[in-house]
Structures are given as structure tokens and as C-alpha cells.
Design a protein around this ligand. Sequence first.
Ligand code: G3I
Length: 301
Amino acid sequence: GTTLGASAAEKGRYFGAAVGTYKFNDSTYMTVLNREFNSLVAENEMKWDATEPQRGSFSYGAGDRIVSHARSRGMSVRGHALLWHAQQPGWAQGLSGGDLRNAAINHVTQVATHFRGQIHSWDVVNEAFADGGSGGRRDSNLQRTGNDWIEAAFRAARAADPGAKLCYNDYNTDGINAKSTGIYNMVRDFKARGVPIDCVGLQSHLGTTIDSSYQANIQRFADLGVDVQITELDVMQGGNQANIYATVTRACLAVSRCTGITVWGVRDCDSWRGSDNALLFDCAGNKKAAYNAVLDALNGG
Ligand code: G3I
């Protein structure tokens, strides 16, 4: 293939980008987006603060715009994210206990119902595990409603949109380490008890090195019977950016259950990582060396 999306499709996979509707009137941005990618995810527009700014009052305009753009061009859509400790609306930040649990599960049900049938994969729960060596859960208002909040969210999402793949998504999971092992144990437990989970998202916000167990980590999740998706890939420029991008791409292609890769933005200037210049296109929309490395890897190089 000659584009990321077409080359990934030849391998039975998608290649996506995170987008913001505030860039949809930028023609350089849209040219690259429409040419290269066959999957989109909202960088912010489907988060809790965006979709339920007041309790029980839902706002889907920006998310709908992303879905409609994707569908009109035959792109699939990742949904990000139903529940997360960050980017909660102010009203939810002030809740706790059973009241928060009810509000959270209602949020999952309402949003997944609204987008029912249009989402390839939902990040049902985002970033619920702690950094460091504990392998345990992150403290948050959601976690304080009880350890079963994650499975309750997955059950509600399955009931609302049975056709969407349901993912658990996190960062600093880019190799076999205490945090990814904590998630691995949760997924194994969910599969054993019949809690509905279909995929694990490895965000892959990377610096200038990549863990030597990156592919083995993908493989061990796949061996549990879930798909793996690389969900928020970006890599700091200045080290071996092109090589690291190619290594991630080859690792995903080497595991049959690694079904797609999403980069967390289009051009360097669109990225939350600012001067890291972490993406595949420069600010003028030109292909970088990292782009050529990914395309080559997708095409078997
Ligand atoms: O929209 C408001 C704007 O009205 C206001 O004037 C401006 C002033 O700060 O803020 C704007 O909102 C910002 C929003 O991005 C949209 O640009 C928020 O402040 C800013 O916090 C928010 O950052 C996002 C961040 O998640 C929030 O935690 C980034 O764009 C987004 O890339 C980032 O994405 C996360 C994933 O969801 C989860 N994994 C990590 C990843 C990177 O942090």
C-alpha cells in the first residue's frame, strides 16, 4: 500500500489517528487525515466532561461530527473513553459512594447507547492502574466506590452496545512490568469469571527507548483471549524515533490478535507533547522519516 490505512488494511488491521473537531477546517490537516488513516478516535470530544457537562444532560455534537466524518469515508471509530479519573465534569468530581457509582454507570449506559452500532472499540475504562511497582489500582473517586467498578462498567457497556469491542486502556504498559502485570491479572480474572472484555489498549506514549519485552507483552495479553490495540502511539523525536515507530509496528504485525494502531494526533504541532515532535507528519503536513519507517514496516520491510 501507499498510505498507512491501505497498508494496514492489507494486513487485516486498521491505522488510525486521534483528532479534534477544532482542526476540521484546517485543509492541510484534513488532507493528511483523509488520505492516510482508516480509523479515528476523538482526542477529547467523547470524554465524560465533554459528553455529560451537567448531570443527566448529554452533549454529543462534537462526537457525532467525528463519527459522521469517519463513516462517510469508510473509516472505523474508536470510542475514548467512557470512564476515567481525569477529565470528569465538575459535578462528578464532587460525588462519591453510591451516588457516584450510579452516575458513572448511567454515563456508560447513555453514551454507549447513543453511539450504539457506530463504534468499533470502546475504551470502557481508562488508566485505572497505579504507576510504580504495586501492580494495584490507582486511587480515585471511582476506585473508592468499590473494586468492582471496572467490571460494572464493562457489563453496562456490553448491555448498551453489544456490537462494540470493549477495551481496557492504559499507559506505561509498554513491556512486561508491574503495572502491565496488574492489568494482565485483571483481564485473566475477567475472562475466568465471564466479565465481558474483548481488548486491551496499550497507549504507547514512548520516549527515546522501547522496552525489549514490548512484543512479548502484546503476545501474553493475546494469549488470554483478548485483542490488543496500540491506542495512543507517539514517540519522542531526538533518539531513534523512526526505529521505535517501526519496532512498534512490526511487533503488532507479529501478533495476529494485535488488530490496529492509532497515533495520538496527526502533525507534530497537533500533539499534546508539543516540542517532542512525536508524530509522523511535520507541522506543514510533510511525511517524516518516522512515517516512511512505519509504512515500510506495514508493507513487510
Ligand atoms: O477546550 C478547552 C478550551 O476551551 C480552554 O480554553 C483551554 C485552556 O486550557 O483548554 C481546553 O481544553 C483542553 C483540552 O485538552 C482540549 O484542547 C484541556 O485544558 C487539556 O487538559 C486537554 O488535554 C487533553 C488531555 O488528554 C487531558 O487529560 C489532551 O488534549 C489529550 O491529548 C490528552 O489525551 C490523553 C488521553 O485521553 C488518555 N491518555 C493520555 C493522553 C495524553 O495525556
